[in-house]
Ligand binder design. Structure first.
Ligand SMILES: [Fe+2]
Length: 234
């Protein structure tokens, strides 16, 4: 059985980071109890009951018309600790619309909903670990963490590996966003190089002429170059 090593601690956000206010209430107050990894992390339960639809990875084609905003392509690879692509990983995303609003009952931001944008997608990686989405560049949105707090534009990612017990959740940011240095989520991660791994890069090879800019975002599941995850394995 494969043993998954813990990520380097500096590469992952702490459970409690005081500038990120809700982490104060959420962080464990007792020492953690380590549950040994077993075969079930690898063997299941698994996906397979709900086939992936043709437009599940194209968030611009899920409604009657195209959504408002800047169309973008987001592509990358899911990689293991040795840089090998991970095939058949379920990559799910969710995001705000171009105006910075989620289609969610608890989002009260005074910005328009887009009737043509659901804001969620999913895809399986191919044999080399590649995934690709077509979507709309999300807007920044305010949150009440501190005075005049705005989240940088971001796309939430969830990844499932071999089984549902191996879920990892993170966020992808966009290059040169002036809100990133002000964001307590990303800045709670101690290691600067690890923070940088959450920022996608503009990629002309992903960009399609006369169609959309392309951004590359690779996700490394474990090892020295591990992507920072929310609620990471310790
Ligand atoms: Fe968000």
């Amino acid at each position: 059985m494969i043993e998954f090593p813990p990520a380097p601690p500096e590469s992952q956000p702490p459970y409690r980071h005081d500038p990120y206010v809700s982490s104060r209430r959420r962080a464990p107050r007792q020492p953690l109890i380590s549950i040994p990894q077993t075969l079930s992390e690898l063997t299941g339960p698994m996906y397979g009951h709900n086939p992936i639809g043709e437009t599940d990875n194209d968030l611009t084609r899920q409604c009657a018309d195209a959504p408002q905003g800047e169309r973008i392509l987001v592509a990358g690879r899911v990689l293991d600790e040795d840089g090998r692509g991970v095939p058949n990983a379920m990559v799910e995303i969710w995001q705000a619309n171009a105006a910075g609003r989620y289609r969610h009952s608890r989002d009260a931001h005074h910005a328009p909903l887009d009737p043509n944008f659901l804001g969620a997608g999913r895809v399986l990686t191919d044999g080399a670990g590649n995934y690709r989405f077509t979507t709309i560049k999300p807007g920044a949105y305010p949150w009440r963490n501190h005075d005049n707090a705005w989240r940088p534009a971001h796309i939430h990612f969830s990844l499932f590996g071999a089984g549902l017990l191996s879920r990892l959740v993170t966020q992808m940011y966009f290059p040169n966003d002036p809100l990133i240095p002000l964001d307590p989520l990303i800045n709670g991660i101690p290691d600067a190089a690890a923070r940088g791994r959450l920022i996608s890069s503009f990629d002309l090879a992903v960009t399609e002429p006369e169609w959309a800019l392309g951004y590359r975002f690779d996700v490394v599941l474990r090892g020295r170059d591990c992507t920072p995850f929310e609620e990471p394995r310790r």
